[in-house]
Write a protein that binds this ligand. Structure first.
Ligand code: UT7
Length: 331
């Protein structure tokens, strides 16, 4: 249990989903798959795809404006903008810099965090630490990804899983030891880098006519391996985060897990002995939105009235790296 009385509280949340809906039926036209297979193996019914000509920061901007409005915080009062993403607008600089300009958040320093599906948890942990040390007072924490840009629409093992979206939370410093981010735990295992990755486009194998021809700019994944390690790791790190916060599993009002596969979520809930009625699920509508999945679900849960004052919420995520994390937040 931490000793400091300065904590970061969630002052507001917001999210953005692109308007274009791609149903399982639409994917049946592209690859050899079926609505039945996708629904029973993943729980996904449809996902959103960002329109051409727009970038990640456009989605993040809409989510951020909603979160700031919800929090009653002016962009000019932000000290930091930290964005979890693997689909920044440009190879550099960061999408957070693009977002900073869109918001006119002139006082803030801004950077991206690359932790794939765990990006929001990592960004949250970084912002929380900076707030607790007194380095900053207000942070905008974002998870935003457009994985549709990295999909091979001929590969049925990956193109059916992912969707685009953005979620944001405004964190503020309070002198109250009893609420806010009670704990945050992060982990990685780099021996799994090639289990889920984009082979080309980085410094090792820059873009060339050949890499494009070989489809090496799209997601390559061993789904079975990801599945196995995801359930085990998210259970483990959730328990560690609960232990550090001194919270029993029975005290948790709501779990907001990364939305990758309904079977991963139900297996995790079973292992944690948490009933599904206390678990947020929206992947049927959005698929796996990578770093955006947790903050979108958090925002929806708040808007649906599923999080009340005093509630204890467990967030967890797992993805490429492998990188994973969990946080316990008291509202
Ligand atoms: O955020 C982290 C990102 N990634 C994940 O979380 C992914 C985690 N993994 C998963 O969600 C699952 O492993 C998948 C949904 C990707 C796959 O489900 P699975 O139950 O592990 O299926 P499988 O890979 O064992 O494939 C079973 C069969 C195979 O056919 P055979 O070999 O049994 O004849 C596949 O070729 O299903 C076939 N298949 C498909 N059939 C119809 C694979 N994809 C499809 C598809 N439509 N889209």
């Amino acid at each position: 249990m931490r000793q400091s009385h300065h904590r970061s509280v969630v002052l507001g949340t917001g999210s953005e989903l692109p308007a274009r809906v791609v149903t399982n039926a639409a994917l049946e036209e592209l690859v050899d798959t079926s609505d039945e297979w996708i629904t029973t193996r993943t729980g996904i019914k449809e996902r959103r795809v960002l329109e051409e000509g727009k970038g990640n920061a456009d989605m993040a901007h809409r989510a951020a404006v909603r979160a700031l409005h919800d929090a009653g915080v002016d962009p000019k009062d932000l000290d930091a903008i930290i964005m979890g993403t693997v689909t920044a607008d440009y190879p550099f600089p960061s999408s957070a810099c693009v977002l900073e300009d869109m918001l006119g958040a002139r006082k803030a320093f801004s950077f991206d965090v690359n932790a794939a599906c765990s990006g929001f948890l990592n960004a949250l942990a970084v912002a929380d630490s900076m707030i607790r040390t007194g380095m900053i007072r207000h942070a905008l924490v974002v998870g935003s990804d457009a994985l549709s840009r990295l999909l091979n629409w001929k590969d049925r093992t990956t193109c059916i899983l992912f969707g685009d979206g953005a979620g944001a939370a405004v964190l503020g410093s309070v002198n109250d030891g009893h609420r806010g981010v009670l704990s945050a735990k992060l982990r990685t295992d780099g021996s799994y880098v090639k289990t889920l990755y984009v082979p080309a486009g980085g410094s090792l194998k820059p873009a060339s006519a050949e890499t494009v021809k070989k489809n090496e700019h799209t997601i390559t994944m061993n789904g079975k391996e990801v599945f196995k390690v995801a359930v085990r790791s998210m259970e483990e790190i959730s328990r560690e985060a609960l232990d550090e916060a001194d919270i029993d599993v029975e005290q948790v009002s709501l779990v907001i897990p990364h939305q990758a596969n309904l079977r991963i979520i139900t297996a995790l809930a079973e292992r944690l002995k948490i009933p599904m009625s206390k678990v947020m699920v929206n992947l049927d509508r959005y698929g796996n939105t990578s770093a955006a999945s947790v903050p979108i679900a958090l925002d929806e849960a708040r808007r649906e009235g599923r999080i009340r004052h005093g509630d204890i919420v467990l967030l967890n995520a797992f993805g490429a790296g492998f990188a994973w994390g969990a946080a316990v937040v008291k509202f």
